[in-house]
Design a protein around this ligand. Structure first.
Ligand code: MZP
Length: 497
């Protein structure tokens, strides 16, 4: 007969933290959220540490280069999705590594043949009003002119008017030269009383510098950067084309890799790790997963994984449990794997960081995951809601939403994440295509989440994640206590009419 666990498989919602003595000298500003990402030996430092315990999911609707820059600026790390061509993924990695603060690639570009109708369409669908006119309509074509909201007026102008008739031509524009510092660019903006400064490489457009970014462009002291002061970025890899994909990602500057699979307890994962070790020794770091129990942890630890991710079937867009009946409550999985990791550390002196991946719904679930032994979390839904995420933004029933789709959905078609490596397409979906409420800029939301985590750690008498993992006390709660956890037996004012 099959083995059946004695304990119930539980989710984060079923736990709460018990407060510990809060010291008078402890306050949230003193809490450090620094955390290891890659394995290390007792007494040594990990090669890569995150400034905050946040990574973004290896998903088309989450981790592109724009989100990666926004997250690295706050001290976290994105893993650029692998369900795209090797060229496209490497290009995203390269863009993050070459990103220069304040110099942004022009997102909206038209040609001389475009009309005012095209300008209005961009304004209505994106809310952006700065549009460049280039020879080929591409962000790095020859710059011919620029259009801002000052160049046109509805209904005074005919929508068929060609942009050449109302753009500001390049001959009348103040421009910067590629290679100038951000300080110099802002000086030109101010001296000429401009809102936007095009930066040119020869006659071609290189980037734009916006006056509005001036106040937000001071670097976060906790930004996650390499020794050359480029933002750090990770990349997902699969167990099919890794021999071609990994060298290209490494050449593009990826700082760390992660094997992306819904079931990490597999010999295919060991093959990928072996390939990395044979080719690069210890210089290239590669995480593995996902797992939900001790056996799988030990397998990947012995295979040489630099970190291990936990989570099967708990993702907000995931239907794996429904489709295949496989998975485990995320809290129970984290607790069991963390216990195995601690035992492995005791026995071997090698500490393997753990990531809790998927199923985080409330901000406090991140805190619980850390208390349970995770060193960082990986989030999909959380980041998909932000301005910087790749999904399109829509108005739905009076509210803004963004698209968020699973890697196992027919839309993403990331079959290499799910199947058994024979190269064929999957016969059924394991993910859904959905919307999530739009939540604005990443930074504003993340600051609030971090404040909550730090406050809870202080309530638990802890100033570091390590301390928190050792000292936190958790309790399982009943369904009745869960309903007591939110406002109850009152009429909330926003529901009165
Ligand atoms: P969540 O943060 O949205 O709850 O979960 C994100 C995680 O779900 C990802 O990091 C990945 O492990 C997993 N995922 C991604 N696509 C699917 C799917 O289509 C999925 N089933 O489960």
């Amino acid at each position: 007969m099959a083995k059946v666990y004695d304990e119930v498989s539980r989710t984060f919602n079923e736990y709460l933290l018990i407060p510990k003595l809060t010291k008078r000298t402890d306050f949230p500003e003193k809490v450090s959220l620094r955390t290891p990402l890659t394995k290390y030996r007792k007494g040594e430092d990990p090669l890569i540490q995150l400034e905050i315990p946040f990574t973004s999911a290896i998903m088309q609707s989450v981790s592109d280069d724009t989100l990666a820059v926004a997250l690295a600026r706050q001290g976290g790390l994105s893993f650029i999705y692998s369900s795209q061509t090797i060229e496209a993924q490497s290009e995203m990695v390269r863009k993050v590594k070459e990103f220069k603060l304040g110099f942004v690639e022009s997102r909206f570009n038209l040609t001389l043949e475009s009309t005012l109708a095209d300008v209005v369409r961009i304004k209505n669908t994106t809310d952006h009003t700065t549009i460049t006119v280039t020879s080929d309509g591409c962000p790095h074509g020859e710059l011919l002119g620029i259009i801002t909201s000052r160049n046109w007026r509805i209904p005074k102008m005919d929508l068929r008017t060609k942009v050449s008739e109302f753009m500001t031509p390049v001959s009348e524009l103040a421009c910067g030269t590629d290679g100038i510092s951000l300080e110099q660019a802002y000086d030109i903006l101010w001296n000429h009383k401009l809102d936007v400064l095009p930066i040119l490489k020869g006659k071609n457009l290189s980037s734009l510098v916006f006056r509005k970014d001036y106040f937000s462009d001071t670097e976060n002291p906790h930004a996650l950067m390499d020794e050359k002061k480029s933002y750090m970025v990770g990349a997902g890899v699969n167990t099919r084309d890794y021999r071609e994909r990994i060298p290209r990602l490494v050449d593009s500057g990826a700082d760390v890799l992660c094997i992306d699979s819904s079931d990490g307890f597999s010999e295919y994962q060991k093959d990928v790790i072996d390939f990395v070790r044979e080719t690069y020794g210890e210089t290239v770091k590669v995480g593995a997963g996902n797992v939900v129990d001790a056996d799988a942890f030990y397998y990947l630890a012995e295979a040489g994984a630099d970190f291990i991710k936990i989570g099967v079937g708990g993702g907000s867009i995931c239907i794996t449990r429904e489709q295949k009946g496989i998975g485990r409550g995320q809290a129970t999985a984290v607790l069991e794997v963390a216990k195995a990791r601690d035992e492995y550390y005791e026995r071997t002196g090698i500490y393997i960081p753990l990531g809790s991946d998927g199923g985080i719904v409330q901000d406090y679930h991140v805190t619980l995951a850390l208390a349970m032994g995770a060193d960082f979390v990986m989030l999909g839904r959380y980041f998909a809601r932000f301005e910087e995420a790749p999904g399109r933004k829509y108005m739905l029933n009076g509210n803004y939403v963004k698209e968020y789709w699973g890697e196992g959905s027919n839309r993403a078609k990331n079959w290499s994440r799910y199947d058994k490596n024979d190269g064929s397409a999957l016969k059924f979906e394991e993910g859904v295509d959905s919307y999530v409420p739009y939540a604005g800029p990443l930074k504003d939301n993340l600051m609030i989440t971090l404040a909550k985590i730090k406050a809870a750690m202080v309530n638990s008498g802890c100033l570091s994640i390590k301390e928190f993992q050792h000292n936190a006390t958790l309790t399982v709660i009943s369904q009745m206590s869960l309903s007591e956890s939110s406002a109850h037996d009152v009429i909330p004012k926003d529901q009165t009419f």
